[in-house]
Ligand binder design. Structure first.
Ligand SMILES: [Zn+2]
Length: 340
């Protein structure tokens, strides 16, 4: 049904990986591990400082501090400084000296869970590092690289009741997004870096050449690449794992299956429902048209605040908070009108 390539496989794996975040008993277990009171006190203190700062400057703007986001920031700090450990190469478990990598063994093809093997030439023993996907295991091991960090941190946010999703960047990084109901948008949170709301960190800060940045929660998978790049044209050019239409179709299909098939209790938010309606409409229109030159010039953006709306000159455009992202689908309004 789908072209089996890396990105499609990735989307399916992501969609299933995040469902474990909704496990209520796992959430209860996690809540006992988080020093909620201490983080709350830190958050309140920080909030008072910010308010005092604002008063001093006597500016009306920025007067509203967002407590929920401040809390997440302090949660990230705790997570990095006390809870989770970064692992590069493991030391020898016998002598504690440096061990060299001897590759890895894949445990499960679907979950991509694997064991990395390190070898000590002094003791001639192997030290094994299991790369867990399972939250239950991660709550025990509390170590890993960005994938484990983002996986566990996103889950902790879910456990505390935040709308949170796991973000997978195919150029090898992972982080979290939380949804702010007060700001009405998704906010970037990188627990490895304790960075918040700095989506251009990777492209501008690290010089990354991003391709696909994918988001997954129990509700949906999304292509959120466009939040993390300021250079749409070059990013689009690098996206050649799958046609943009195929990507969109895959996302919609996964969203349908996971919602109907997995049956996690809970109503989809209006935001998700509305995105699905819009996306399905686009795919229907594309199916009707079947223009070969559409492939590659069509892309879907984020699916959160951006609204897909008909445009009399260009067909459909995404309007993104005043910034109209240029048209991605070169379909004439006339054709759309005649097909509905
Ligand atoms: Zn050793």
């Amino acid at each position: 049904m789908f072209s089996q390539n890396e990105i499609v496989a990735n989307l399916y794996a992501l969609a299933s990986k995040v469902l474990q975040y909704e496990d209520k008993s796992l959430q209860e277990r996690a809540k006992k591990l988080i020093p909620l009171e201490r983080i709350t006190i830190q958050t309140e203190r920080a909030q008072r400082e910010i308010q005092a700062e604002i008063k001093k400057k006597q500016t009306a703007e920025e007067s509203e501090t967002h407590v929920a986001e401040l809390f997440i920031f302090h949660l990230m700090k705790w997570f990095k400084e006390e809870f989770f450990t970064w692992v590069d190469n493991l030391d020898c478990e016998k002598c504690g000296g440096p061990a060299v990598s001897r590759g890895q063994t894949l445990l499960h093809a679907v979950s991509q869970e694997r064991i990395e093997i390190f070898y000590c030439i002094v003791c001639c023993v192997e030290t094994r590092f299991q790369r867990y996907n399972s939250i239950s295991d991660l709550l025990e091991s509390r170590r890993g690289r960005c994938g484990e960090w983002a996986n566990c941190f996103t889950f902790l946010c879910r456990a505390l009741g935040y709308q949170a999703r796991y973000i997978h960047d195919l150029t090898d990084h992972a982080w979290t997004e939380i949804y702010s109901p007060t700001q009405n948008r998704w906010i970037h949170c990188d627990p490895c870096e304790v960075q918040m709301d700095s989506p251009l960190l990777y492209e501008k800060g690290w010089g990354k050449k991003l391709t696909y940045v994918l988001a997954a929660s129990w509700e949906e998978v999304q292509d959120v690449t466009w939040r993390y790049t300021g250079d749409f044209a070059s990013t689009l050019q690098r996206r050649n794992l799958v046609s943009e239409v195929e990507l969109m179709r895959t996302i919609l299909n996964i969203n349908k299956t996971s919602n109907e098939g997995v049956r996690i209790a809970g109503d989809l938010t209006g935001r998700v429902k509305s995105f699905q309606r819009q996306g399905e409409r686009v795919v229907q229109v594309l199916d009707l048209l079947r223009l070969p030159n559409l492939e590659g010039c069509f892309s879907i953006y984020g699916g959160d605040r951006r609204v897909l709306s008909p445009d009399s000159d260009n067909g459909w455009v995404y309007r993104d908070e005043g910034r109209v992202i240029r048209l991605v689908i070169q379909i004439s309004a006339r054709v759309i009108a005649s097909s509905t």
